[in-house]
Write a protein that binds this ligand. Structure first.
Ligand code: AMP
Length: 557
């Protein structure tokens, strides 16, 4: 008897999970399923995507739901359309042998009237983003006054995306005797406030070691100076010609800048982040799933809903703060029994953080050097020659009519000529490029980038890179936290990214402050700046005006 059977789940659910290949519950499922099956109290679970939390809340709810009733009994709120669809797909999978269970996903960027029509089938489970659920409530289309379960999935994300008001409005519409389950990767102040104000007697659980470190993933890292990061990335990509990869960045600006750089250099790459419209994100994800794109440059949040099985590599262009996020990112490769590679491209200044991640996750990491042009050409040649010799070529079936007289050329010469055709552009690009010298131990352990070497080596290529992307990424960054600000002007005041960056630059003294995410909404803006500059900015910006309107800046709650 496996544990799922011991929990007393019905045979229909057991059959579905056996078909999905689940043999034992994950840690979060062990803690959540028996709890929900036996208790009415609320639950706060600290857990991330990748822990099996969807099944943790779905299975007990599916077990207890009253399929004969027509009203909505469970409402699942999650931050993005992609997650909505993922949860909805999972719920459909778990309930595939249970009759009369209906669920509906509702999210922005798609026709609301079609989704309202979907309510006519009387789904017992509604999975939605806070914005769309709120719109449907306002229209009187959706009724949630009789729900038994409210699930707040990725609560921290929903709040940091600015859904606080919507969440509170929705919570107020739900009955007092509901059971609320809150899942969150972090317990931010905002999450705590929601838990305090809207949950009762909640038990807290936390899943340690949540993203299991997979053994079939090899971890490597390479250290490059900030100004050579794009060049280093390019060499890593070139040395892996079969690559199908997600490159993770920290901010939307950085994501776009790296994607722009790769696209300008002719790579099959694109960006995925929250500044894109829903349809742009859909198009990019579709292209990537279909492998019409080889490289996706993404923020952690945007990549969450993307389920792709056969990534060859995960590249960390910049490190996350949280080691769990590092493991979760890396776990995107090495799926379905395949081997995977995780490569971190690190600035000397990030070594302290990387050492902490290594320690906290106990992963084995090997340092590699930036591939030289000789290694890159060899890797490409080996890849092509393997293709040449292993293709399903059948000389009898494949007839050519224009074959010239080859008697004057040796086999070796012919091979070289074929390779030249394929490798010409790489060869020409690297012909006059200097290899990137490895960084010495002292510089790595000091965590500082050598300025002595920085200045004279500002060559043409780097200037080109800087032009293509955001100049901010090229400045030496201070380690440290960002402070998130709320700024009272937004799109309708003609604020754009350049205005925000300019405002920050003008009002911070000394070296330029590092800027994180900039999120411009219609009436206001959120942006992140290195916390060392927080006081300066607050003092100065609050005395200014823009287009006749007084500026107001405060630290975002
Ligand atoms: P989630 O955290 O809900 O996004 O789940 C992460 C992945 O784990 C999904 O691909 C699930 O299908 C899978 N999964 C969930 N529970 C189990 C389990 N008990 N055994 C194996 N895989 C699971």
């Amino acid at each position: 008897m496996n544990l799922f059977e011991e929990y007393g789940l019905s045979s229909d659910l057991l059959k579905a999970i056996a078909e999905l290949g689940y043999t034992q519950p994950t840690e979060i499922q062990k803690q959540t399923i028996p709890y929900l099956l036996s208790k009415d109290e609320d639950l706060i679970a600290l857990a991330q995507t990748g822990t099996g939390k969807t099944a943790a809340f779905s299975l007990p709810i599916l077990e207890m739901i009253d399929s004969s009733q027509k009203n909505v009994q469970a409402l699942v709120l999650c931050p993005t359309r992609e997650l909505c669809l993922q949860i909805s797909k999972d719920v459909a999978g778990y309930s595939k042998h249970v009759s009369d269970i209906r669920s509906l996903a509702v999210y922005g960027g798609s026709s609301i009237s079609e989704q309202i029509k979907g309510l006519r089938s009387n789904p017992q489970i509604v999975i939605g983003t806070p914005g769309r659920v709120n719109d449907m409530l306002k229209r009187g289309a959706l009724k949630i006054d009789q729900i038994r379960w409210l699930i707040l999935d990725e609560a921290d994300e929903m709040l940091s995306m600015g859904f606080k008001t919507e969440l509170e409005t929705i919570l107020k519409e739900t009955p007092k005797d509901r059971q609320t389950l809150l899942f969150s990767a972090t317990m931010s102040k905002q999450v705590e406030a929601i838990a305090k104000n809207y949950m009762k007697g909640a038990q807290k659980i936390s899943v340690g070691g949540i993203n299991i470190v997979k053994k079939n993933i090899t971890h490597t890292f390479v250290v490059v100076r900030d100004r050579q990061k794009n060049n280093g990335l390019r060499r890593v990509l070139d040395a892996n010609p079969d690559i199908y990869s997600i490159i993770f960045c920290r901010t939307r600006v950085e994501t776009q800048s790296v994607a722009d750089f790769l696209m300008h250099q002719g790579y099959s790459a694109d960006a995925l982040h929250g500044d894109l419209s829903q349809s742009q994100r859909d198009t990019v994800m579709k292209k990537f799933r279909l492998k019409n794109l080889q490289i996706l440059v993404a923020t952690d949040v945007a990549a969450r809903g993307l389920d792709v099985n056969d990534l060859t590599h995960v590249i960390h262009y910049s490190l996350p703060d949280d080691s769990e996020v590092f493991i979760h990112r890396s776990g995107r490769t090495g799926r379905a029994g395949k081997d995977g590679k995780s490569i971190a491209i690190i600035r000397p200044g990030e070594m302290v953080k990387f050492n902490r991640i290594k320690k906290e996750t106990s992963i084995k990491v090997e340092e590699m050097e930036i591939p030289t042009k000789e290694e890159i050409l060899l890797a490409k040649e080996l890849y092509l020659s393997a293709k040449l010799l292993n293709s399903d070529f059948n000389s009898e079936e494949f007839e050519l009519s224009g074959t010239p007289d080859l008697s004057q050329i040796s086999k070796e010469e012919l091979y070289k000529r074929v390779m030249f055709l394929e490798l010409k552009s790489t060869w020409e690009f690297y012909k006059n490029e200097k290899n990137i010298a490895p960084i010495d131990k002292d510089e790595k352990s000091s965590g500082r980038e050598s300025s002595r070497r920085e200045r004279p080596r500002r060559d043409k290529k780097d200037t080109k890179e800087n032009k293509g992307g955001s100049g901010r990424n090229k400045r030496s960054r201070k380690q440290g936290n960002f402070t998130r600000f709320f700024f009272n002007l937004g799109k309708r005041d003609n604020v754009n990214k350049v205005t925000v960056i300019d405002l920050i630059n003008r009002n911070t003294k000394g070296a330029r402050a590092d800027i994180g995410e900039i999120d411009i909404r219609d009436k206001f803006t959120f942006f992140e700046v290195d916390s060392n500059y927080a006081d300066q900015l607050l003092k100065k910006v609050n005395q200014l005006s823009f287009n006749g309107k007084n500026m107001s800046l405060e630290i975002a709650q």
